[in-house]
Design a protein around this ligand. Structure first.
Ligand code: WTA
Length: 651
């Protein structure tokens, strides 16, 4: 018999049916959407596209599929900014609040749909006046301020694809992305507030622009009030350009398959990939998922996705999904610990937030800070919680459920990727019982399977997560590199999309994501997922966060090394460390017991909060660190290096 692709250790028995109080008002309470999509998935998506999106010209065929190249809603004409703004005004909802914006220092802005529309039209005219035409790319490098949303929608209005570059990236990252996309204009700000200080942005653009010959103009929003140098003829203040701009800008009639945006995924090694998202399919599926996964009641809800707009989560679930659905959202500029570690809970209480969407890494940080922080605030307005970005450890799920959700809120664990554009695996909260740590089952209209090394379907147990049918919001390619697109996503298993995640499937057909398959460890021939060992570590009452890597070992091939962060006030002792190691053995079996457990103050993470296991592997194996430019805080690695040297290797 073949070796299992990834073994199955962690057994999680808890299950939570949708709470009665929630189901009573839920948009979806039965399986009819699943059944409809199962019967005819193209007809299903065509119906969603016509219900959720307003088209200037209806589409013909729903799907043209020439594997791996998809066209959705063929021939349809629409405009994304029209769908996000104008049609709400036409329906008499111009006075509805689109965003409650909260600056880090405590300044606030309330922006209605009518105001947002006005600002977007003016800025679209500004872009045109600087020579931006339909099809030209515009780079956006900004803090989390309303003008970021304005810039994105203005691009969409005139058919100029945007390329948002996360505001924490360095000048080098700007250079790569701007040049790859050949952006004509960069929209930026002087700086933005982060952790009590102004983080400068314009100086990074200045450093980059020397090496980006394609850039003709830089537009600068005043936010941080930090000193900046303006180059005459090239650099312009946003407020000065807006001053004279007309508010009349009809939306361009775009083809369903016109490029809406590029978003670069860093990948851990090679050159960043410019992921291409187009118009009709993307908007349909983000509107669909935003409505049904978050059970959106636009008249009653105040929805908050606490991600950064520079990440795909922000594109789809702060900007396009919520605005297409006419939702009222919160945007927060700064960090969750400024001025205190209860800032998020203060915001939830202040705006009476009903749905909160955040990442497991944030939840584990809140666990580390302790439940006294959320307890300072009234969180009773919350009725649904969401997570995205990584597998959530069952104990972190339970903490979120109890201390944030007050045990009454369903949790939607949403699996997706920059490439997928929208959520693909997640419960519909009024229908599907949840299990802590499982993203449950594919959403209606999404079809996937776990397969083994040979591509055979795995009915139960671990393997590779693949998608078997195209979906409307799927990436249309890697900008300028169709071969790399085929090779990266479609070559490992013929006819299937595979983008690197391991998963296991349980008796009920539930999917449990197991992290990136590159991180799977091989210990004496057992293929063990880092996710499961991490979850067993976090299951120990003293542990808030854990990262596990397989370090080369002469005897076992790889040996498991666990890095842990302890909860708030817990003291580190050798006994505790040993107890934590044993806990893994008890919880999931002796094969998975870490050879060493190292207590660390912090873990190396990317800006979007994903643990960089590769760096941790390099540290234990004492290799030179490769590229660390995507690391959120580089000093963390030095700290950990010191600990790794001090810590005794056991067994
Ligand atoms: C991981 C973020 C488990 C996964 C939207 C994926 C998850 C990668 C989950 C994409 C989840 C995201 N459970 N793993 N709910 N959500 N991932 O492109 O490894 O930043 O491939 O998109 O994050 O990360 P990206």
């Amino acid at each position: 018999m073949a070796e299992p692709t990834i073994e199955d250790y962690l057994i999680e028995q808890r299950s939570f049916p949708p709470p009665d109080g929630f189901v009573a008002k839920a948009l979806v309470r039965d399986r009819s959407l699943y059944d409809e999509a199962e019967r005819d998935f193209e007809a299903f998506w065509a119906r969603q596209a016509r219900e959720l999106v307003t088209w200037f010209d209806d589409f013909g065929p729903t799907l043209a599929w020439d594997l791996p190249f998809a066209k959705w809603f063929v021939g349809g004409k629409l405009n994304v900014s029209y769908n996000c703004l104008d049609r709400h005004l036409e329906a008499g909802r111009g006075d509805k609040v689109a965003y409650y914006w909260e600056g880090e220092p405590g300044d606030t802005r309330t922006i209605t749909y009518a105001e947002l529309h006005g600002e977007v039209c003016c800025f679209a005219n500004v872009l045109k006046s600087l020579g931006v035409q339909r099809g030209d790319r515009v780079a956006i490098y900004m803090p989390m301020i309303p003008e970021l949303v304005v810039a994105m929608l203005a691009c969409a209005r005139i058919g100029a694809p945007h390329s948002v570059i996360f505001g924490g990236f360095s000048p080098d990252s700007i250079v790569d992305r701007v040049n790859d996309g050949e952006a004509k204009v960069i929209v930026t700000a002087d700086g933005g507030w982060r952790r009590g200080k102004v983080a400068p942005l314009k100086p990074n653009v200045d450093a980059a622009v020397d090496q980006t010959p394609c850039v003709e103009h830089v537009i600068v929003v005043r936010r941080g009030e930090n000193d900046v140098t303006m180059v005459a003829g090239r650099d312009h203040w946003y407020h000065e350009l807006m001053d004279g701009a007309s508010g009349d800008c009809p939306p361009a009639h775009m083809d369903s398959e016109d490029l809406l945006y590029l978003l670069y995924t860093s990948g851990t090694t090679a050159k960043p990939k410019g992921i291409m998202h187009t118009t009709g399919g993307y908007l349909t599926q983000v509107a669909f998922t935003h409505k049904y996964v978050f059970d959106l009641h636009p008249d009653d809800d105040t929805y908050w996705c606490a991600a950064d707009i520079g990440w795909v989560t922000g594109h789809s679930y702060i900007v396009y999904g919520p605005l297409a659905n006419g939702a009222t959202s919160v945007i927060y500029e700064g960090t969750p610990d400024t001025p205190g570690r209860d800032r998020l809970w203060e915001i939830v209480e202040k705006y009476r937030v009903t749905q909160l969407y955040t990442a497991p890494t944030a939840i584990r940080t809140f666990m580390k800070w302790g439940e006294q922080e959320p307890q300072k605030h009234d969180l009773s307005s919350l009725r649904l919680l969401g997570t995205v970005g990584e597998p959530i450890n069952p104990e972190a799920w339970m903490w979120y459920h109890e201390h944030i959700g007050g045990t009454r809120c369903p949790i939607v664990d949403t699996w997706w990727q920059t490439e997928t554009g929208s959520q693909l695996v997640s419960p519909l909260p009024g229908v599907i019982a949840t299990k802590p740590g499982s993203a449950t089952i594919p959403l209606p209209g999404v079809f996937g399977e776990v397969v083994d090394d040979e591509g055979n379907t795995v009915e139960k147990g671990g393997g590779y997560w693949t998608l078997t049918k195209p979906w409307p919001a799927m990436l249309r390619g890697i900008y300028g590199d169709p071969e790399r697109y085929k090779e990266t996503y479609w070559s490992r298993f013929p006819g299937r999309y595979f983008a690197g995640d391991g998963a296991k499937i349980d008796d009920d057909g539930y999917i449990w994501f197991l992290g990136r398959v590159d991180d799977v460890m091989n210990v004496s021939g057992h293929r063990i997922s880092t996710t499961e060992v991490e979850s067993a570590l976090v299951d120990h009452h003293a542990v808030a966060e854990a990262a596990v890597v397989g370090a080369s070992d002469p005897v076992t091939g790889q040996a498991i090394v666990g890095y842990v962060i302890l909860r708030g006030s817990v003291e580190q002792t050798p006994e505790l460390v040993e107890e934590i190691r044993q806990h893994v053995a008890t919880k999931i079996g002796p094969t998975a017991r870490p050879k060493a457990v190292l207590v660390v103050p912090d873990l190396p993470k990317t800006r979007s909060g994903k643990i960089m296991r590769r760096l941790l592997r390099d540290v234990v194996e004492d290799r030179d660190l490769g590229d660390t430019t995507t690391l959120a805080d580089a000093s963390v690695v030095d700290e950990i290096r010191t600990r790794a040297v001090e810590a005794p290797q056991e067994d």
